[in-house]
Write a protein that binds this ligand. Sequence first.
Ligand code: NDX
Length: 255
Amino acid sequence: MQCFPGLVLALSSLLGALALLQLSLHLRVPSRYGKHEERLVRPRGRLPARCAWFLQELPSFLVPALLLALRSPPRLEPLGCRLLCCLFCWHYFYRTFIYPFFTRGRPFPLQLLFFGMLFCIYNGFLQGYYLIYCAEYPNDWCTDIRFTSGLLLFLLGMGINIHSDLLLRQLRKPGEVTYKIPQGGLFTYVSGANYFGEIVEWFGFAIATWSLPAFAFAFFTLCCIGPRAYHHHRYYLKTFTDYPKSRKALIPFVF
Ligand code: NDX
């Protein structure tokens, strides 16, 4: 396989367009899963959360891993490039093989699972293909300010995301499906602490790779889970009369 820059440009532009579509569809009406799920969905139209998240996220890990295995010679140069590919796979290793096995979420709608899987195949291919077959970085990219600042943001975002998802999980006992007020960590400041972490993480990745596909994905993440954080916030304000009034939706002290 070789690099086709036109393909990268076309797929990244389409990802940007999907982000705008996602934003326009879900600015007012949230994606129908979790606390915003359509109550009319039949039980047969859903899969247990563990299974659904595993299946949905698996392609984001497998597709880049397969591309890497198919590459001949099987190595990425320079070190900066190798590290960047590892960061992407590292996140999706966590999201595929660790996150689903601890989740206490509600069953996930099959229809969304199908589209989610398609999305993960698409994005896994785009990010993996670009980093493995197209990206060219100077040998000293690891010391470039974009790489180091982006890497720091990525790690910070990932830390916030994992910690916030853990705090959400601890709100429930096994088998419980009720909603409570999240407390602690960044939830002190925002309702969508896990989403804030994920957005910071992917913008960090985009800065570290300094690439169009990664910026397109960071933009998609913002358009996808930014509005969802806002809907979560409204849900909490409507459901809990004692919800902390100073808490924002997504960005601490701002929004
Ligand atoms: N999956 C990313 N659009 C999405 C699935 C749906 O990873 O075709 C986007 C992802 C996909 C979507 C994905 C992309 C767009 C799609 C869409 C389907 C249709 C759409 C493909 C891929 C589409 C077009 C046409 C434009 C292309 O019961 P429960 O489940 O609510 O329990 C929750 C629990 N919890 C609480 N428990 C007790 N008390 C409370 N108050 C609680 N609040 C929540 O915590 C869950 O078990 C858990 C987390 O819930 P929540 O709602 O906070 O997070 P969730 O949305 O489930 O995300 C989980 C993690 C999180 O870390 C988040 O950052 C990350 O996944 N994520 C999620 C969505 C997208 C994404 C990351 C990304 O874009 N990078």
